[in-house]
Design a protein around this ligand. Structure first.
Ligand SMILES: Nc1ncnc2c1ncn2[C@@H]1O[C@H](COP(=O)(O)OP(=O)(O)OP(=O)(O)O)[C@@H](O)[C@H]1O
Ligand SMILES: [Mg+2]
Length: 273
């Protein structure tokens, strides 16, 4: 990977939760640098602290110890003084059921002080980009699960954040829809300069999307290894080409080898709890 500017610098990040009067460690001493414009994936067993890590980076949760430094390029250009530093796509569906697709996608733009017409123009462009042509006036209950996740993605990109934090956005979707949305996400992202941190349980998905993959250990989450995918697969990428390549199997095997014992450790801990 070419030497790039560091966008997010995490040092000694530790998070403890209080449960029934006892503290337990969710994250322990995480040190991590994510580069500007990088697509950075995180995989790890359930409960190892992936969502907690994203929520801390997003400022939705406080750390117990450690620091996070975000090298923001700042807003200001073209009247976008309030351009957000980050935007999060959540693990659960998080679009507003009472708002149309257009209003959902335009929602975050209000804070940027744009006129309704400008907000709708931007929203319409992203609605097209995520393949929801003709559904701008639909309500969420009229959409399939895949379409709802498209709305979440359009909403996250529409505010033009510097950093996108995505927490298993496609986990609930069927395999075919997932393949199509992965390709679309790669396409949209390749046309931007955005830094992405993307959490997934799917090793396949991490390989097709990521420049680098962080493999986390079982709780308390620590860094087990960072796998350099960009050294193996160039961009632009197509999901199907990556998946059918001979290098794919080798990478998959390596990551599964790293994860396997962590998943077993989690299962054993849960069984004993
Ligand atoms: N607000 C909270 N209070 C207490 N414990 C919490 C809280 N949020 C998370 N935890 C615990 O911290 C640990 C890490 O949770 P987190 O949601 O970050 O895991 P995860 O890696 O995202 O899991 P999954 O893959 O299942 O989504 C879990 O054991 C969870 O139960
Ligand atoms: Mg999670």
């Amino acid at each position: 990977m070419p030497i790039a500017e560091t966008k997010i610098s995490i040092r000694g990040l530790t998070k403890q939760f209080m449960v029934h009067g006892r503290t337990f460690d969710a994250l322990s001493e995480v040190d991590l640098d994510v580069c500007a414009g990088e697509f950075f994936c995180i995989v790890g067993p359930s409960g190892c602290g992936k969502t907690t890590l994203l929520r801390i980076v997003a400022g939705l949760e406080e750390s117990t110890a450690g620091t996070i430094k975000v090298n923001s390029s700042g807003g200001g250009a073209k009247g976008k003084a309030d351009r957000p530093v980050n935007s999060m796509v959540f693990q659960e569906q998080s679009i507003f059921p009472w708002m149309t697709v257009r209003d959902n996608v335009a929602f975050g733009l209000k804070a940027q002080g744009l006129s309704k017409q400008s907000r709708y123009e931007i929203a319409n462009a992203y609605i097209e980009k995520v393949g929801l042509h003709g559904f701008a006036d639909a309500l969420p209950h009229q959409l399939s699960g895949g379409m709802k996740q498209r709305v979440s993605i359009a909403r996250a990109f529409a505010t033009d954040p510097e950093i996108l934090l995505m927490d298993e956005p496609f986990a609930a979707l069927d395999e075919q829809t997932k393949l199509i949305l992965q390709d679309e996400l790669v396409d949209i992202w390749e046309g931007t300069q955005k830094t992405v941190i993307y959490v997934t349980h799917s090793i396949d998905e991490a390989i097709v999307l990521a420049d680098r993959i962080l493999v986390m250990s079982a709780r308390p989450g620590k860094i087990k290894e960072i796998v350099d995918v960009a050294a193996v697969f160039d961009r632009p990428r197509h999901v199907q080409t990556v998946k059918s390549s001979k290098e794919f199997g080798g990478l998959f095997g390596h990551i599964w080898e790293l994860l396997r014992n962590e998943v077993i450790a989690t299962e054993t801990a849960n069984a004993g709890a």
